[in-house]
Design a protein around this ligand. Structure first.
Ligand SMILES: [Zn+2]
Length: 86
């Protein structure tokens, strides 16, 4: 590890924080229950139950990007973009 500042959501790391490999591969999470691509979001606070089940959508949510280390397989997730204009 270096003394560099921690990455911000807009600047994912250039190397793996676990094994220091340089090969971080961009990708996305897949819903294996059969509905295809799973667009993951990160939201602030605690989840709130929706009226008809599930979780109520948050007004403060961010799109999530995933990077996979080609050296050790570690996944790093980053909240990169607000889903609503700020
Ligand atoms: Zn690694």
């Amino acid at each position: 590890m270096t003394d560099a500042a921690p990455p911000t959501p807009a600047t994912p790391p250039g190397s793996c924080p676990r094994c220091d490999a340089q090969g971080l591969e961009a990708g996305y999470l897949v819903d294996t229950n059969g509905s295809g691509r799973f667009d993951m979001q990160w939201a602030t606070g605690e989840p709130r139950e929706a009226l008809f089940g599930g979780v109520k959508a948050s007004r403060d949510a961010w799109s999530v990007a995933g990077l996979r280390c080609t050296g050790c397989g570690r996944l790093e997730l980053f909240a990169t973009t607000p889903t609503t204009p700020r």
